[in-house]
Design a binder for this molecule. Structure first.
Ligand code: ADP
Ligand code: 5GP
Length: 204
């Protein structure tokens, strides 16, 4: 999948780093940037909306999509399957919108193989200690879940070298500005601007 007008951004981070905080603000603040809506077999949680948070499908429908190669990437996590729909993504990108994908690291690396110009952003916590404090502060996990997340964080952090941009979320404002800069810099890359430059040149 290449040469679409919109840009693809993939954002990964160990749980608790601040990915949702940063990604939500980015999508709310930047015009023309939207979240990807994945397909999943997991049941909706209270408040989740079909077609917005996810496209909720059953196992048979997901199988069918896999069989017809309708996913750019898909994974199985915690017994449920999640995938990025090829047609859905193509449609949004062709309309000129930029898409932000919040997917786990295995899917992110597979997506990069399918879309080589995807912009891969990895967010790191400033330290192990700070990550543990944020997980505690969020108050969502039990002590054993926090320990499991810290273990998993180590494995995920080792994948940083597969990403284009590394943002350390120490000070939230600085991290946010760095993310915003990545989006803006991507939008004005030469290959994105060639058409516009040629239009201008033609006037001379
Ligand atoms: P993730 O989506 O990566 O799991 P969240 O966005 O839910 O993480 O953030 C985890 C917790 O850390 C939240 O309580 C959030 O308010 C807090 N947090 C996020 N960024 C910062 C930061 N730069 N400094 C301090 N706390 C932060
Ligand atoms: P949740 O069930 O909490 O919404 O998501 C569980 C995990 O699946 C999260 O890490 C989320 O980023 C990941 N995820 C959601 N959609 C996709 C997808 O389309 N592809 C991949 N690879 N991961 C996804």
């Amino acid at each position: 999948m290449h040469s679409h007008p919109g840009n693809v951004f993939v954002i990964s981070a160990p749980s608790g780093t601040g990915k949702s905080t940063l990604a939500n603000r980015l999508v709310a603040s930047l015009e023309g940037l939207m979240f990807s809506t994945s397909f999943t077999t997991r049941p909706p949680r209270p408040g989740e909306v079909d077609g917005k948070d996810y496209f909720f499908v059953d196992d048979a429908a997901f199988d069918e999509m896999v069989r017809h190669d309708e996913f750019v990437e898909w994974v199985q996590v915690y017994g449920q399957r999640y995938g990025t729909g090829r047609e859905w993504l193509r449609g949004v990108l062709n309309s000129g919108k930029d898409v932000l994908l919040d997917i786990e690291t295995t899917g992110a690396l597979n997506l990069r193989r399918a879309i080589s110009d995807a912009v891969m952003i990895f967010i790191l916590p400033p330290s192990a200690n700070e990550l543990e404090q944020r997980l505690r502060g969020r108050g969502k996990d039990s002590e054993s879940q926090i320990q499991a997340r810290m273990q998993h964080a180590r494995h995920e952090l080792e994948l940083y070298h597969a990403y284009d941009f590394l943002v350390v979320n120490e000070d939230l404002e600085s991290a946010y500005r760095q993310m915003e800069s990545i989006v803006w810099a991507t939008r004005v890359r030469r290959e994105r601007m060639v058409g516009r430059a040629q239009d201008i040149l033609r006037e001379f």
